[in-house]
Design a protein around this ligand. Structure first.
Ligand code: GDP
Length: 429
């Protein structure tokens, strides 16, 4: 059985925790898109970890952790991360890397920095991990697949050809030193040594595993609203964040994805620029940021303070629909326990008209939130295991959100640990 775990919002919904939890009964966990530009925070008996490229199943001995072809693989960062977890007592994970995954080149990271500098105020708020230049090159057909490292002659020729254009841009657009082809070749040979033991034909492995009845988990990065097609373009990421892309970025049949667990956070947060209708500011935002997540809402990769907002029913309804949600995991609910009243964005107002469907970017920028205020529960709900033991106002909040978004909330997360989870049977028809 293949399951996907994806985000409905702007990322940072708590997918890492849900993946770590569901990986318990999975044989294989795969990253199918993105790179080291976002992070998952995981808390378990080994400690607290910020993973960037490793799948969140790496903490179990029985799971195989896979880097799918859709991932932007930063080889040194990937192995640094492996070193970080093993040095903290986690057994060396079983890793496979797709021979068709492409490599984040050192110049992708440089171009990402230089371009953000060049754009100045109009920059995208990139994490400068090289992701946008990487995917641009992939689709311009000048990217480097992992398998190319094993064909040295053609690799040398291709490096020379690609550097012709890169060096013109470096010298004349960015006024930076050019790249030496031999040096780049040597770097890639280092990468080859690092990946060699793990490279394989991942789609063939998955085909066989699925036939054998293995449980496969596709782990998404970021969320629906950062998808390049369906998100808040251009303030999006450069690879698809949707479960549908899981089939492509891992290399398995779309019809095998039987369950799509969409992770939805009980309030909103976002990093980077872009429209954010339910955003809040000042002390109200500071307090939610400070209390949010597990130790505050700050980027797992950059440490940047996240932008904060109330729960957005319009964005989340859309985010769940575009994922093809079968189950919602509603997370970080415990954090809201300090509020007397909880504002929720239930609609948008655009030029005096109410809209309930998530619009395209230029309209979105002009939308104002329509707010409804619910009662808070004013208690700490961590440690509660049964849905019926939650305070009535807390259940009312969950059921209100479920009705608004129209997708069944089957899991409620009330703390950062693996076992802080409440399963529930949705009454939604
Ligand atoms: P991801 O990228 O979607 O995996 O999300 P992040 O890891 O960036 O953000 C989620 C943060 O919330 C992490 O610090 C988690 O440890 C934490 N977290 C996840 N679920 C819960 C929860 O139910 N309650 C609390 N308080 N923290 C949670």
């Amino acid at each position: 059985m293949v399951r996907a775990i994806v985000g409905a919002n702007w990322g940072d919904e708590g997918k890492g925790k849900i993946t770590d939890m569901l990986a318990q009964d999975s044989d294989i966990v795969i990253r199918f898109q993105g790179g080291a530009n976002a992070g998952h925070t995981i808390v378990n008996h080994y400690g607290k970890f910020a993973l960037h490229t490793l799948p969140s199943g790496v903490f179990y001995d029985h799971t195989t952790s896979i880097i799918g072809n859709g991932v932007a693989l930063d080889v040194p960062k990937f192995f640094k991360e492996v070193g970080e977890i093993t040095s903290q007592g986690v057994p060396m994970p079983k890793i496979l890397i797709s021979d068709r995954a492409q490599i984040v080149m050192p110049y992708h990271i440089l171009f990402d920095q230089y371009e953000e500098e060049r754009l100045g105020k109009a920059s995208f708020g990139s994490t400068k991990s090289g992701i946008a230049p990487f995917y641009s090159d992939k689709y311009a057909k000048i990217g480097f697949q992992v398998q190319e490292l094993f064909h040295e002659d053609t690799l040398r020729t291709k490096i020379a050809r690609v550097l012709e254009t890169k060096n013109i841009l470096l010298e004349h657009l960015y006024h930076k030193p050019p790249i030496d082809p031999d040096e780049l070749f040597n770097t890639l040979m280092e990468y080859k040594k690092m990946v060699e033991p793990y490279v394989c034909d991942v789609s063939a492995f998955l085909w066989k595993s699925i036939k054998e009845g293995k449980n496969v988990l596709l782990e998404g990065q970021l969320g629906s609203l950062k998808d390049p097609d369906h998100g808040i373009y251009p303030m999006v990421t450069s690879s698809s964040t949707l479960a549908g892309y899981g089939a492509i970025g891992a290399g398995l049949p779309p019809y095998e994805i039987k369950q799509i667990v969409t992770v939805v956070k009980a309030y909103s947060s976002a990093v980077g620029a872009g429209a954010f209708v339910s955003e809040i500011f000042g002390d109200e935002a500071d307090e939610l940021r400070r209390r949010g997540g597990d130790g505050g809402e700050f980027g797992a990769t950059t440490g940047r303070p996240r932008r904060m907002g109330w729960f957005d029913c319009v964005a989340t309804r859309y985010g769940c629909r575009i994922q093809g949600t079968t189950d919602v995991a509603f997370t970080v609910l415990d954090v809201l326990g300090y509020l007397d009243k909880i504002p929720v964005c239930v609609g948008y107002e655009y030029e005096g008209q109410r809209i309930d469907d998530f619009p395209t970017t230029q309209i979105l920028e002009k939308c104002k939130p329509v707010i409804e205020v619910l009662d808070g529960w004013k208690t700490d709900i961590r440690g509660i295991k049964n849905y019926d033991d939650l305070p009535a106002a807390c259940r009312a909040y969950i059921e209100f959100v479920e009705k608004q978004i129209g997708f069944p909330i089957t899991m409620v997360s009330n703390g950062p640990s693996r076992d802080d989870i409440i399963y529930r049977t949705s009454t939604l028809k």
